[in-house]
Design a protein around this ligand. Structure first.
Ligand code: GDP
Ligand code: IMO
Ligand code: MG
Length: 437
């Protein structure tokens, strides 16, 4: 087999969906390996826009297999809605092209309730002093907690509703204590949830399979597998700006553990870099532009969340973040997106280090609080005014844009593999094939 991993190098929304859709042309299978429907991946093909949350971004290509691996957390209601919507729009989705691992854990309604309650705790629960993360409210953290504490329910459990009911009742003992006692919410009733579970079970059962065996067969047959990351490197649970992170492994290591394909078989890691920086939710963001310049980037780049519609915080490109991601994930090539959004700016800035009270930093520090008072050190470049949407070769780009890209390669320590100049699949400059020949 050959394997290519696509990951975000920043704080998510780098354009992973667009690039995975494009690269699916070269692949046989596309695998989601972590995260859940906190992800929002937007694809624009032939003027049609598709927003995907759980279904892998290869689904628009006929004859390719999409796989949701054990490392993903699945909200069955969201997944079913997504499948129905895709079918309504004429996209083929069925057990022959979409496989769900029976080992993938379920996000159930009490996870969403807990996620929301923790973000907005009633004063009476003494929650005012808590750190607010600004989660997507999709139950991601609580579902991964249950997985880690071995109280989770998995897709396989839906295949035997008596087993499902037993596990559910046991989980609710604890969840309802928290919901009613600490958070002053109504309890979740097992019966209400069982009614939904019957629908989930009948509609999703045909898709549930052993994806380990499916992927093993594909590996033995020499297939090309594309691994679709969600979120971004600085949202990684272990390596990101904790506690302002998500609850899964968003760096390339997650592709191996989440899918069950050994890291030795992952040939290449493509790091997605938006040509500027965005972040949704709370947490440090040293190059953030809190002025009109930031507002202008948000409007030009359409920087509103695909999942929650929240305005994204915007700022200059931060190569401290990208350099750290390159090192964490072993990024072999950079896929730069949204370069077109920078058109018309007089100058472009790239942060190459931070000055902090503890000294000059070229990589993110261990402690998020050590970023307080960090002042970015910028390299400044002249902007470009030409329309670059039709560029298909590097030489089609204006000199100033190429200089900006050269600086990115230099500062990241990895070469360019692709430059995206618009949301459409073909609005792309491809510099090299992704899969080894
Ligand atoms: P993901 O979560 O990493 O898949 O990224 P999102 O889909 O949340 O956000 C990226 C947004 O930028 C989407 O609306 C894409 O359609 C759009 N997009 C992707 N690449 C480009 C590009 O090169 N130029 C422009 N203008 N938009 C792009
Ligand atoms: P894609 O795949 C951007 C952020 C949330 C919050 C933090 C924790 O589209 O790039 P969570 O709901 O995961 O517990 O929230 O992580 N976050 C994302 N930000 N893009 C995403 O996904 C994100 N998924 C989670 O805003 O700050
Ligand atoms: Mg997104």
């Amino acid at each position: 087999m050959s394997g290519v991993v696509v990951i975000g190098t920043q704080w998510g929304d780098e354009g992973k969906g667009k690039v995975v859709d494009l690269l699916t042309g070269e692949a046989d299978l596309v695998v989601r390996f972590q995260g859940g429907n906190n992800a929002g991946h937007t694809l624009v093909v032939g003027g049609e826009t598709y927003a995907l949350h759980l279904v892998p971004s290869g689904i628009l290509h006929k004859g390719k297999r999409s796989v949701v691996a054990p490392g993903v957390v699945v909200d069955p209601e969201v997944l079913l809605t997504e499948i129905r919507e895709l079918k309504k729009r004429g996209v083929e989705v069925g057990p022959e092209n979409l496989a769900l691992s029976g080992k993938a854990h379920l996000i159930l309604p009490y996870h969403n309730l807990l996620d929301e309650a923790r973000e907005n705790p009633p004063a009476v629960s003494g929650g005012d002093g808590r750190v607010r993360i600004g989660t997507t409210g999709r139950g991601i953290g609580p579902a991964y907690e249950d997985k880690a504490s071995r109280q989770g329910l998995r897709l396989n459990d839906l295949l035997d509703l008596e087993v499902f009911r037993g596990k559910l009742e046991s989980a609710l003992l604890e969840k309802n204590c928290l919901l009613t006692g600490l958070y002053r919410k109504a309890p979740v009733k097992a019966e209400d949830l069982m009614a939904k579970a019957r629908i989930w079970a009948s509609e999703l059962a045909p898709y549930v399979t052993d994806t380990f065996l499916l992927l093993l067969k594909a590996r033995e047959a020499g297939k090309r597998i594309l691994f679709e990351g969600a979120q971004g490197s600085q949202l990684d649970l272990d390596h990101g700006t904790y506690p302002y992170v998500t609850s899964s492994s968003t760096t390339s290591g997650g592709a191996a553990t989440g899918s069950g394909v050994p890291f030795k078989e992952l040939d290449r890691v493509l790091g997605l870099v938006k040509a500027y920086t965005t972040r949704v939710g709370e947490g440090p963001f040293p190059t953030e532009l809190k002025d009109e310049a930031g507002d202008a980037l948000r409007e030009k780049g359409g920087e509103y969340g695909t999942t929650t519609g929240r305005p994204r915080r915007c700022g200059w490109l931060d190569m401290v973040v990208v350099r750290t991601a390159r090192a964490l994930s072993g990024v072999d090539g950079l896929a730069v997106t949204k370069l077109d959004v920078l058109r018309g700016l007089k100058e472009l800035k790239i942060a190459v280090a931070y000055k902090t009270p503890a000294g000059r930093l070229e990589y993110l520090p261990q402690e998020t609080r050590d970023l307080e008072g960090a002042v970015p050190e910028y390299r400044v470049f002249p902007g470009f005014s030409e329309d670059i949407g039709k560029a298909r070769r590097l030489s089609d780009l204006p000199r100033n844009a190429r200089e900006y890209l050269n600086a990115m390669e230099e500062e990241a320590g990895a070469p360019l593999a692709l430059v995206s100049v618009g949301p459409e699949r073909d609005e792309t400059v491809i510099l090299s094939k992704m899969f080894p020949a």
